[in-house]
Write a protein of this length. Sequence first.
Length: 164
Amino acid sequence: MASDLLNTTISAFRAQGWAFRSVSGVEVIESEFEAHHAKIPLHVQVYPDAGVVCVVARASLPVPRSHRLAACELMMRTNKELNVGNFEIDWDHGTVMFRVTNIFTTSQAEPRVIAGLVHTAVAEVDRLIPFLGEICRTPKGELLLLDIPKLMQRSELLPPAPEV
């Protein structure tokens, strides 16, 4: 039987009109979002005893082993500027992820807050993807010459600001 926190998470997805699938045997739902730069897979896991909702969005672009140090520098520099959530990498597979977590009491869990976590995770991955793409397209022999702070200043790689 699903916990109240998972049911609230499902309500958040339904209220936004987002398609999702439940993962059998665990308090997890998964989805995919068409963002500006890419399709972004998303995983939401609920830990009802702790009141935790953890949202993880993945970049669909794997980082080759030879390019992971540059990608890690990009993520470290990006994380330094973030107020909520963080980027991480599965070192063995080169999968870049953005993780954002919130702790709720049972009475505080609101679908709109959970939807905000999802929006944040998808937007952050979408924002990082073109920069990761630039790193991955850099020839291995030129990686030491790649200036990550300068790369991060390239505003033409950012998705357009959302219309209000």
